[in-house]
Ligand binder design. Sequence first.
Ligand code: FMN
Ligand code: SF4
Length: 482
Amino acid sequence: MWKPPQRIRHPIPEVRWPTAREAAAAMLFSPLRHGPLALAERTWVPAMVPWRATGDGFVTPEILAWYERFARGRPGALVVEATGIRDVPSGPLLRIGHDRFVPGLRELAATVRRASGGRTRLLIQIIDFLAIRRRPAPEKYFGRYLEITDRHRAALGVDDESEVRRLLAGLTPEALESVLDERELEALRFGARERVTDMEKPHIRELPRVLPGLFAAAAGRAREAGFDGVELHFAHAYTMASFLSALNTRADGYGGSREGRVRLLREVLRAVRGRVGSDFAVGCRYLAEECIAGGSGVEDGEYFGVELARAGMDFLSLSRGGKFEDARQPRVGRAAYPYTGPSGYECMPTAVSDARGPFGRNVEPTARIRAAVRAAGLATPVVVAGGIHGFDQAEELLRAGKADIVAAARQSLADPDWFAKMRRGRGAEIRRCVYTNYCEGLDQSHKQVTCQLWDREALDEPGVQLSTDGRRRLVAPDWDES
Ligand SMILES: Cc1cc2nc3c(=O)[nH]c(=O)nc-3n(C[C@H](O)[C@H](O)[C@H](O)COP(=O)(O)O)c2cc1C
Ligand code: SF4
């Protein structure tokens, strides 16, 4: 993973944990109600893909165990990983693009309800993504994938296609730069990647016609399966975030100005609401800042926040970065991964950082967006995430009105009982995340996600589920509450 050039190692801050009495009076553990979003407390476990679905997108016993383990800590809300809305193969990622996925998802919802004693509200993050290919071996790229055009023929002064391919394969990287265009070079060096601006492709042109229906059908299935709501995935490197991006230059009314860029999101929300009604929570996750050159900044984030809140979102969850544009070049045979560049760092910052450090980098931008939403007279709850690791930090930002709900991904993975431990005044027992991103490295290589702090512990415990290589346990050991 990319690290800031300063490479300052930040210790995990010393923190103070609340007594049970203090926790009971804390804002963090106070309820929140906004329309259909009714939380027992303001703690939130955001979406984390654990790479545990079947190859064709169904819920597995390992998925059930993953969510069951988080639910036992009884957070206010738990968001199920990014789940695909299309009925197309997408590897071991959960899918909700067909009714056949509903029974498994129903079992998942029932499992979380049972494990949390009905206390945790369960949302599912629903996502669309565009095609991305693996980085090809150059001989394959020039031998098969590259579409030979007159431009290549003219540049090389030969007509015969196989001769053009042969000559291209022999060019130096510098020489290739004057023969291939930018997208062809990208396809060679990173793997071809579709963009929402590829208007010459009919399926991309038609996205605004197709996506509202797909999101609405997926949300309908989530409701049928017993979820409490959906989180529309408008963040990071995926289709909807690309519509919001300042790099979206579509000229069909769905790009360019901020108004154009947010238009499809409003249309998706309208379709979803039409399908699930007003008593089912519908919110979204989007980026406070894209953190890439030429990308949307916090002023855009403020505008989108107001528009999305006004359009009727039940919550706004703010993330940051996580884009393809600055991702690292993958190895041959692997696809680019959006969390490997500076924007990826902003999304999941590690302890090796710059002077600002990894903790709460998204708090101030989120506070600005919330302030803009409130200034527009809207009460939509705002969720903040990114390096939230301690009680005082969470409580202070809530009390200062910087956010309404506090999300913690990695700290909750490190210790799924950490909210329960704080509530009980037993914060000293919390296993604290060390922000090294071992978990994120597993995610990047599509391996079952676990945490380095517990995945080698008590592997011979009866009934313990192990990773496919048999070396790691898949969920955190139980907390001895006695
Ligand atoms: C293993 C892993 C998987 C993730 N998967 C998702 C995802 O499916 N959707 C999403 O919006 N964010 C995803 N994230 C980002 C987290 O939700 C969160 O925004 C990020 O980790 C920063 O919060 P933290 O500092 O509390 O970990 C993932 C993070 C990790 C570590
Ligand atoms: S592996 Fe565990 S300790 Fe390391 S960053 Fe992930 S959650 Fe934190």
